[in-house]
Design a protein around this ligand. Structure first.
Ligand SMILES: [Zn+2]
Length: 91
C-alpha cells in the first residue's frame, strides 16, 4: 500500500507524523531536487487526497483529507523553492 488508505476497508488514514517532506514527495533527502518529478508527485498526491473527492465520505475522512491536502501543499512549496528547501534540510 501507499500508506494513505486502510488496507482492509480503503478508508483514508491520518497523515504519518514521522514522514518528512522528502519522503512524502518521493525525493532524495538532498539539496538538489528534480522539480519535474516533484511537480508530478504533487499532482499525483493531490488527486489522491483532495477534499473534493471525500465529500461523500465520513467526517473523519474529510478531516484527514484536509490535513493531507495542507501537508502536501506545504511540502510542495517548501521543497520547490531553493531557499526554503535548504532551510528545511538543515532543520
Ligand atoms: Zn479500515
Amino acid at each position: 500500500g501507499n500508506g494513505f488508505f486502510c488496507q482492509h476497508c480503503g478508508a483514508l488514514q491520518p497523515p504519518d507524523p514521522t514522514r518528512d517532506y522528502f519522503s512524502l514527495m518521493d525525493c532524495n533527502r538532498s539539496f538538489s531536487v528534480d522539480i519535474g518529478k516533484l511537480q508530478h508527485r504533487y499532482q499525483q498526491l493531490q488527486r489522491l487526497v483532495h477534499p473534493d473527492f471525500f465529500s461523500q465520505k465520513s467526517q473523519t475522512e474529510k478531516d484527514f483529507s484536509e490535513k493531507h491536502s495542507t501537508l502536501v501543499n506545504d511540502a510542495y512549496k517548501t521543497l520547490q523553492a531553493p531557499l526554503s528547501r535548504g532551510l528545511y534540510l538543515v532543520s
